[in-house]
Write a protein that binds this ligand. Structure first.
Ligand code: SAH
Ligand code: SF4
Ligand code: F3S
Length: 441
């Protein structure tokens, strides 16, 4: 029996691509091998969103150089966002000659063919298409990471070209899947025991299928599917979020009271330079609307610190909007220049020292707010969808509230009877990134 392993970096799109790749390999009778260095086929699914992702990847590639000396059948494959950039493929070809197969984000369906060709001919395979018009998602049989929650692509690619971002270059132009196909997929997932779906797109708010269905239409349709208990989505773009979508928080009882709404910066001048197409006034207006429709909604965000040209004033604007919105959680990043993006060529790059100093200040503010917000949960009871055994302790389970708060809690139940069910948990302790509690029966 031949074995495989997949190493995944990056966002949920990559995670889902890896599920699809695992499905393809299992259909070819490959079996999962826990230890990547013992597997016959290793697929490295890469991310290129920041420089440290690049560095990690090349480090890992190096580690696989010697594997063929003890396993002559070993096949090393690279896919994901990095090989979508010609200079990266060039570097792989020149410096990492032991890579057998390289394929792009839009060539996943071709992978079995590439693998067979590599094995039968011994020749290296490269397949990177820039803008594949075909969306083959419906033919995929993903091997899902979780039994009770599933990732579902609704759009591919991105047309926004935020000036710092590599994604439009690595994922191609935006395409929406046909709504009826998405619905059919989720009906199958539900029949398979899935309770929670995460609708995925770089900008879900610009979803529009050939029949003109909008993201709000899609949510309303998913809301009607029997067996599905929770609907989540990622990522919203403040420039495209509609009142109709916001209203879904009122009308669709399965839509979780949670939104990830990246703000990126609290400076209107920088938002313009980032090509984000909204300003702080518009952003705060959306937050107000969301809270008016759904008072207990939790809000998370992405923030970039030290974007080229960021002044102390601009940065104060970011701290200010963070304090005004009072985010439940935030992903904060130091700006990382990406080759081929406009911002990488901006002359006024910020020195590392200032970037780190601002980053630390921002994280302090965000963490304090997160903890304050989590303190409000203490002593109250919440519905928690149980995902598995907690990472910290064997006798503790982990799950999420409707608002996406991570809860580690104790229960007398056995894993097989509790995982995948929704239980009531009394919150006994609040931390910055999680809550603790015990099941109430
Ligand atoms: N499509 C999503 C985000 C995709 S990338 C959106 O528009 O919000 C995830 C996050 O990575 C971004 O929100 C941004 O905050 C961050 N990011 C992207 N490019 C970056 C760069 N060059 N440097 C630092 N952070 C970056
Ligand atoms: Fe990148 Fe902007 Fe597209 Fe998000 S919307 S993926 S940040 S270009
Ligand atoms: Fe990374 Fe590509 Fe996702 S660059 S964040 S894996 S779209």
């Amino acid at each position: 029996m031949k074995t495989y392993n997949i190493i995944t970096y990056g966002c949920q799109m990559n995670e889902h691509d890896s599920e699809n790749i695992a499905g393809l390999l299992e259909a070819m009778d490959y079996q999962f091998e826990e230890d990547a260095f013992k597997a016959d086929v290793v697929v490295i699914n890469t991310c290129s969103v920041r420089e440290n992702a690049d560095k990690r990847f090349f480090g890992v590639l190096g580690q696989f150089k010697k594997v063929r000396t003890h396993n002559p059948d070993f096949v090393l494959c690279v896919c994901g966002c990095m090989p979508q950039q010609p200079h990266i493929v060039e570097k792989i070809n020149k410096q990492f000659s032991w890579v057998d197969i390289v394929f792009g984000t839009q060539n996943i369906a071709e992978f079995p063919e590439l693998l067979e060709k590599r094995i039968s001919t011994g020749r290296k395979q490269r397949s990177i298409i820039d803008n594949n018009p075909v969306i083959d998602e419906a033919e995929m049989k993903p091997k899902r990471m979780h039994r009770h929650k599933a990732l579902v692509n609704i759009t591919f690619g991105c047309n926004n070209f935020c000036t710092y971002c590599i994604v439009p270059y690595t994922r191609g132009r935006e395409k929406s899947r046909v709504m009826s196909e998405v619905i059919r997929e989720i009906e199958c997932l539900s029949a398979d025991g899935v309770k929670e779906v995460m609708l995925l797109g770089q900008n879900v708010d610009s979803y529009r299928d050939p029949a003109g269905h909008t993201f709000a239409d899609l949510i309303r349709a998913v809301n009607k599917i029997d067996g599905i208990e929770r609907i989540r989505f990622m990522t919203s773009h403040p420039k495209d979020i509609s009142d109709d979508m916001i209203d879904c928080f009122r009308t669709c009882e399965k839509l979780c009271h949670n939104i990830h709404l990246p703000v990126q910066s609290g400076s209107d001048r920088l938002l313009k330079r980032m090509n984000r197409h909204y300003d702080t006034t518009r952003y705060l207006e959306i937050v107000d609307k969301l809270r008016a429709v759904c008072p207990d909604i939790t809000i998370s965000t992405d923030i970039i610190v030290a974007f080229p040209g960021e002044t102390e004033d601009d940065f104060e604007g970011t701290l200010d909007i963070a304090r005004r919105v009072r985010y439940d959680s935030a992903f904060t990043f130091i700006y990382s220049p990406r080759e081929g993006t406009p911002a990488a060529k901006f002359p006024d790059q910020i020195p590392d020292e200032i970037a780190h100093e601002r980053f630390d200040r921002l994280v302090d503010v965000m963490n304090r707010i997160s903890l304050e917000k989590n303190m409000e949960y203490k002593g109250k009871t919440y519905d928690v969808l149980v995902e598995g055994v907690s990472k910290n302790a064997d006798d503790t389970y982990a799950g999420r509230t409707d608002g996406f708060k991570l809860v580690n809690f104790t229960s007398d139940k056995k894993p097989e009877e509790i995982i995948g069910t929704t239980v009531s948990v009394l919150i006994t302790e609040s931390k910055t990134f999680s809550l603790e509690g015990r099941e109430i029966t």
